[in-house]
Design a protein around this ligand. Structure first.
Ligand code: GLU
Length: 262
């Protein structure tokens, strides 16, 4: 089996990441598999090379090892663009020219061809949204997947027309993550429970593209004492700051502990 740890370099890694890394690398070890490291840096508005360097440094300090070379998503934007084109050609995406303020007033919807053509020729920026209605026509068999040991079914009627290509970056997390899980032959995705609700969209994209559907495992998140999720923007528990305080890698890994059964 093969899994991956796929952080985004939008800040320094904190204890929540140490936990997620432990889960992914530990899962691979227990199952005689391998765990890749992938840098998910498609969002040039938030990611910084300094944070990427710190990811390598912090994970190495914690004692994790991964095969090289590491896949860095910002080097593969053309591949994600071609997935968007394929989905658009299948008729399951539509262009959305609306601004945030307009979306607050009325929901996104496909435009009549003449209106769309006019906006296109005026050079206005657009996002590409998933057309759930069109997906319902396209998908004829139940979409089933495994999540944390349970069989789950994608309920298309509960999904929304989410953005698959952002106006500013031309792609999205959903496209990059599913494409790379396919290209890297990831058989098991081990990640935090904050991605549970994204998974039905990932299974839908995989099905539309004819890609294999990995087995998913979502682990619990490490919460702060007040019950809030740790955020990389609250730099309270970055690996770097704990290291500077004199803690050892084992002490930091011991702090990043939750009960987990999988
Ligand atoms: N890149 C995501 C993050 O930084 C993880 C994506 C995933 O594991 O599917 O949290």
């Amino acid at each position: 089996m093969r899994t991956r740890f796929a952080p985004s370099p939008t800040g320094y890694l904190h204890l929540g990441h140490a936990l997620a890394a432990k889960e992914a690398f530990g899962f691979a070890k227990r199952n005689d598999g391998e765990c890749l490291l992938r840098i998910e840096d498609i969002d040039h508005t938030r990611c910084k090379p300094d944070y990427t360097d710190a990811i390598y440094e912090d994970l190495t300090w914690l004692g994790f090892e991964w095969p090289k070379p590491v896949r860095v998503q910002s080097h593969h934007l053309a591949e994600y663009q071609s997935v968007i084109e394929t989905l658009h050609d299948k008729g399951v995406l539509y262009r959305c020219f609306k601004t945030r303020a307009e979306l607050a007033k009325s929901p996104a919807a496909p435009l009549p061809p003449d209106e769309e053509a006019a906006l296109l020729s005026s050079g206005q920026a657009f996002a590409m949204r998933l057309n759930i209605q069109a997906c319902q026509d396209w998908i004829t068999l139940p979409l089933v997947y495994q999540d944390s040991g349970a069989k789950k079914l994608v309920d298309l009627s509960k999904l929304e027309d989410i953005v698959l290509a952002r106006k500013d970056i031309g792609t999205s997390y959903h496209i990059a993550v599913t494409h790379d899980d396919m290209i890297q032959h990831i058989t098991q995705v081990v990640r935090g429970a904050d991605f549970i609700d994204q998974t039905p969209y990932h299974v839908l994209i995989q099905t539309l593209m004819g890609w294999p559907i990995p087995i998913y495992h979502h682990h619990e998140l490490l919460l702060r004492e007040d019950g809030e999720k740790l955020s990389k923007r609250t730099q309270d528990t970055t690996i770097g700051s704990l290291r500077e305080k004199g803690l050892s890698p084992d002490q930091v890994l011991a702090m990043a502990q939750i009960r987990l059964e999988m």
